[in-house]
Design a protein around this ligand. Structure first.
Ligand code: ADP
Ligand code: MG
Length: 443
């Protein structure tokens, strides 16, 4: 493997430090740290002649050197300092094959960059323990939760942690869709050599979005075999999914049941406090701009469901300030996020409403136009009132808005419709069943 590109980066970073420190100190510590001996997962491994120098490098210079590195390359890279003990296995055949294995891990997805709080503490602690202890605590580890809540981040943190502590571990992160594509390609050409090579002899397999395995029965079989092989060898398997394993659809039972052998942990939506903590952390990591607490609070209060969106909102505010060359203030943040927020509330609610309308029309076999009309026949008023009731109880919309959405009815008629349905539901079993069915359909 050719490390010259990384060697140049190391030489430059070292050179940069040379002029910032005392000559003796430089000659004793930095000068003998010469060669790049390995590169994997965005980490450039530099060889130290002794344990003492390695410790010094890590304690005193690592942060500064890594900061310099950021200015030298667009890539997200970091230096790590090791002694020859840690590189020796490089010569063994196992290491050769490891070099060829792309772990697909993002170096920034680590435990250090993951902020733990009430909603993700269990997943965080369990993942960290698995990273430290291998399969002793759980195998497989199954992490589930909604979109953008940190499943991919935390599962990759396991991989990064394990590789950080032993560069010879064979760690692979794969998205289920990639797994399926690779499998299909192998099946089409009937050549499983590369595929088997890639998925055999792994120490850690991280499979993301495992719910995507539904409807791919042959692929499930293959995955089942890989799973069993690893499980029998006590190798760690981590799966992430958008739902608990018993709610996986169209996945063979024997595979589903495997997921219950280990531990299942969930990640939930972050509360306000955690959202603010996450914003503060992102700020420290990515920017030197000063952001008042009230701005962070404003962002955190308006982006509640998804950490990816939360981060995006912060980025938008920061870049808005740069573009207009202004300080970050609450007014600026409101301006920057205005369009985003309008879009968000409209989009979500409008889609939900469209969906609800069509489910109700479907259920009662009426036309959409009749649902929002002023026609007084029970055939239409009943579904209309149910629609109002659901919009009120399930989406918590104000009466006025519901009236508007249903063709301009006034506040008081929406109110009485909701009260009527709510009363009727107590005794009318048929109505209750209808409402339950509709609610199930809209999810
Ligand atoms: P998921 O896989 O659940 O859809 P991701 O892991 O892709 O979510 O997370 C989305 C984004 O939010 C990523 O940039 C991730 O780093 C960030 N993120 C999520 N949770 C946290 C957290 N607790 N601390 C820091 N960053 C987080
Ligand atoms: Mg993900």
């Amino acid at each position: 493997m050719d490390y010259s590109k990384y060697q140049i980066l190391w030489d430059k970073a070292k050179e940069d430090l040379k002029y910032k420190m005392a000559e003796d100190n430089y000659n004793d510590t930095l000068l003998p740290v010469k060669s790049v001996v390995k590169f994997s997962n965005g980490t450039i491994y530099v060889l130290c002649p002794s344990l003492l120098i390695k410790t010094k490098m890590n304690k005193l210079f690592s942060v500064g050197l890594n900061e310099t590195l950021q200015t030298l390359t667009e890539e997200n890279l970091k230096f790590k300092f090791i002694t020859s003990d840690e590189v020796l296995p490089k010569e063994t055949p196992k290491e050769t094959s490891n070099n060829m294995l792309q772990s697909n891990l993002k170096p920034e997805y680590t435990f250090e960059t993951f902020v733990a709080g009430t909603s993700n503490k269990l997943a965080y602690r369990t993942s960290l323990t698995c990273a430290q202890q291998g399969t002793m605590l759980a195998n497989p580890l199954y992490i589930f939760g909604g979109v953008g809540l940190g499943k991919t981040h935390i599962m990759q943190a396991i991989g990064n942690y394990i590789l950080d502590n032993d560069i010879n571990k064979r760690v692979l992160y794969v998205e289920t869709q990639t797994f399926i594509n690779e499998y299909s390609k192998a099946a089409r050409t009937n050549s499983f050599e590369d595929f088997d090579q890639k998925y055999s002899n792994l120490d850690v397999l991280l499979v993301d979005d495992i719910q995507m395995l539904s409807n791919a029965p042959k692929c499930q079989n293959k995955f089942f075999d890989i799973f069993n092989d690893m499980y029998n060898k006590e190798k760690l398997i981590v799966a992430a999914s958008d739902r608990p394993s018993d709610q996986l659809k169209d996945i063979v039972d024997r595979l589903k049941s495997r997921f219950t052998w280990g531990l299942q942990v969930d990640i939930n939506k972050p509360d306000l406090d955690l959202r603010i903590q996450i914003l503060k952390r992102k700020l420290v990591e990515t920017s030197e701009q000063v952001v008042p607490d009230e701005v962070l609070e404003y962002i955190a209060k308006n982006f509640t469901d998804n950490v990816r969106e939360l981060e995006g909102a912060l980025r938008r505010v920061l870049s808005y300030a740069v573009t207009f060359d202004e300080n970050v203030t609450l007014t600026l943040a409101k301006n920057a996020l205005d369009a985003l927020l309008k879009n968000k509330s409209n989009n979500g609610a409008d889609q939900d409403f469209e969906n609800l309308k069509s489910v109700i029309c479907d259920f009662y076999q009426i036309e959409m136009a009749d649902l929002i009309s002023t026609k007084k026949s029970a055939k239409f008023t009943n579904p209309r009132h149910i629609c109002m009731y659901i919009l009120r109880t399930k989406y918590d919309l104000p009466y006025k808005r519901i009236g508007y959405l249903l063709g301009g009815k006034d506040h008081s008629s929406v109110l009485s419709a909701c009260e009527k349905i709510s009363l009727q539901l107590k005794t009318d079993k048929e109505l209750k069943m209808a409402v339950d069915t509709i609610c199930k359909k809209i999810g």
